[in-house]
Design a protein around this ligand. Structure first.
Ligand SMILES: [Zn+2]
Length: 165
């Protein structure tokens, strides 16, 4: 696997069977990790109907991980009924660190990114304009263009912690 792409589901706090088709891993509001319908390895060669289609134009070789929530989110003043919880966010960062270790994926902008960042880099794809992740409720002061960088530094921190450095 070459990349990790991080999402929110834009749904409620728990993964539905429908959502499980689109992501390899989904994290609920309490930080529990659920496996999706497909394994990351199913995205090595994307065969229609047999892989997790999480990132339009960027699925091949990419692990898709999603935090459950953010249905109805508009902006920091109108977050909807399912803002990502602090526990959920931290659990997601730690799990991304585990995936980065397992698959030897470097934690860099080209290899670990949000769906929003992917869309910005690839405006010709259906990922253009995606807003996951432009806002983290537990870190509301972060600007949308700093979220990816912040996430990578978090994941690096968890990686070092997991490796006992
Ligand atoms: Zn997404």
């Amino acid at each position: 696997m070459k990349k990790i792409i991080i999402h929110w589901t834009a749904g409620n706090y728990f993964p539905s069977d429908y959502e499980k088709q689109f992501y390899h891993f989904l994290i609920d509001k309490d930080g529990n990790i659920f496996e999706g319908k497909f394994k990351p390895e199913n995205n090595l060669r994307c065969v229609k109907g047999h892989y997790a289609a999480h990132t339009g134009g960027g699925n091949t070789g990419s692990i898709g991980i999603a935090m459950c929530g953010m249905y109805g989110f508009k902006n920091k003043n109108c977050q909807g009924a399912y803002p990502i919880t602090a526990k959920q966010f931290e659990a997601t960062m730690e799990y991304c660190a585990k995936l980065a270790i397992k698959y030897r994926i470097p934690i860099a902008p080209e290899t670990v990114m949000t769906h929003y960042e992917f869309g910005k880099k690839h405006p010709e794809t259906t990922s253009a304009g995606k807003i996951d992740i432009t806002f983290i409720p537990s870190y509301p002061w972060l600007e949308k263009n700093d979220v990816g960088k912040f996430i990578r530094s978090k994941i690096k921190w968890y990686k070092e912690k997991l490796q006992g450095e």
